[in-house]
Design a binder for this molecule. Structure first.
Ligand SMILES: NC(=O)c1ccc[n+]([C@@H]2O[C@H](COP(=O)([O-])OP(=O)(O)OC[C@H]3O[C@@H](n4cnc5c(N)ncnc54)[C@H](OP(=O)(O)O)[C@@H]3O)[C@@H](O)[C@H]2O)c1
Length: 348
């Protein structure tokens, strides 16, 4: 007899969370999801979800919620799975303390809650930024890359708080395996697709479409993937992933100029994008640092620009081979993203 599965999800109201919830519901999986009193969840009203109010920074509250979910699932004869996707994604200079709380302490609380509740399996949503860096625009790295490559290629241990906190959070998850937790990790690249609120990647489209700044690219690269493929990869990792292992979820690697040219083509412009050299880019980073001191920046921050100058290039052979993960071609993801941005009037 097939054992039924119930899933408790954090980060459910976000970009990835929405697509993951839709996939789970389409698969007939019963879902319990954590949300804050401030979370927007009107767009998820059509789904049959059991909502639990809470915050990942409240350890005892999270543990009580996951324990109660696990107990109820077991009483119904179901497997209990726990997915931790909640995080604060920000490249703002002042975001360090908030990301320490939500991303690092929140993950510590999630791991403790999963242990206390005795869930059958946990999935942690990490990021490629927690893996390391490639050495140049023609190379790429995989799950085995030592994180010290960030220091090697940038001269610093981390490029910003987001990278630091996602790295530290993933270490907590790996340590929990030694304490007997059945946990698997996915590390998506930069995620594109339809969202309720403009995601960080969606911001790039407006710049390429309307602004002169969007004709110039940093010297770095990005590993890219569609959001529905990330949701599918999460479910496959839960079903087929090996305990304690990580699976990178990326469709392809693009230099920033290639990505922006592909976006420009989808928008019908066919702009030629110029890559600025590392020295010019370093001057731009310096200029934003000065502006940031006077008026704190939110999107085009010094950290965001520094990330656009490094080689975030990754391979997903392991997820494709071991999970049977087959992401859609990125051109299709871009076309769908542009169609959505046109529908909501964000691009012409
Ligand atoms: N987007 C990407 O390109 C990308 C790439 C690689 C990895 N990831 C990872 O994927 C995961 C999901 O990212 P996303 O793009 O979906 O982010 P998102 O749209 O910003 O959503 C973040 C989610 O986390 C929740 N959250 C934040 N702080 C919380 C707290 N203290 N307590 C409870 N919930 C909290 C948010 O709830 P509210 O609705 O209440 O704010 C929201 O549901 C993250 O772990 C991120 O690091 C994302």
């Amino acid at each position: 007899m097939k054992v039924s599965t119930e899933v408790f999800v954090t980060g459910a109201t976000g970009f990835v969370g929405e697509h993951f919830l839709r996939l789970l519901c389409a698969e007939g999986v019963a879902v319990t999801a954590l949300c804050r009193s401030s979370s927007k969840r009107g767009h998820l009203e059509d789904l049959d979800i059991t909502w639990v109010l809470g915050d990942v920074t409240d350890g005892p509250g999270l543990t009580a919620a996951v324990m109660s979910f696990g107990k109820a699932a077991r009483a119904r004869g179901s497997r209990a799975w726990f997915v931790h996707g909640a995080a604060v994604i920000s490249y703002a200079t002042a975001s360090g303390p908030l990301q320490d709380q939500a991303n690092v302490e929140g993950t510590r609380n999630a791991v403790d809650a999963a242990k206390a509740a005795g869930v059958d399996r946990m999935l942690y949503v990490s990021s490629v930024v927690a893996v390391g860096l490639a050495s140049g625009p023609t190379t790429s790295v995989d799950e085995t890359e030592p994180f010290e490559s960030v220091q090697q290629h940038t001269g610093q241990p981390y490029v910003g708080h987001y990278m630091r906190t996602k790295y530290l959070a993933e270490q907590l998850v790996h340590e929990a395996v030694d304490r007997g937790l059945n946990v698997v990790t996915v590390n998506p690249g930069a995620i594109f697709g339809e969202a309720q609120e403009l995601s960080n990647t969606a911001e790039i489209f407006g710049r390429v479409d309307k602004s002169l700044i969007g004709r110039f690219a940093g010297p770095g690269s990005l590993s890219v993937v569609g959001v529905t493929d990330v949701a599918r990869g999460m479910l496959l990792a839960l079903e087929r992933g090996n305990t304690g292992e990580r699976y990178l979820l990326c469709e392809r690697n693009l230099q920033l100029s290639e990505l922006m040219e592909a976006i420009s083509k989808q928008l019908g412009h066919n702009f030629r994008i110029r890559t600025l050299g590392p020295r010019t880019w370093a001057l731009l980073v310096l200029a934003t640092r000065i502006v940031d001191l006077v008026k704190p920046l939110r999107i085009v921050t010094p950290t965001a620009l520094r990330l656009l100058s490094v080689q975030l290039r990754f391979e997903s052979h392991k997820a494709r081979r071991d999970l049977g993960w087959e992401p859609a071609p990125f051109d299709q993801v871009l076309a769908e993203t542009v169609a959505w941005l046109r529908r909501i009037g964000k691009v012409g």
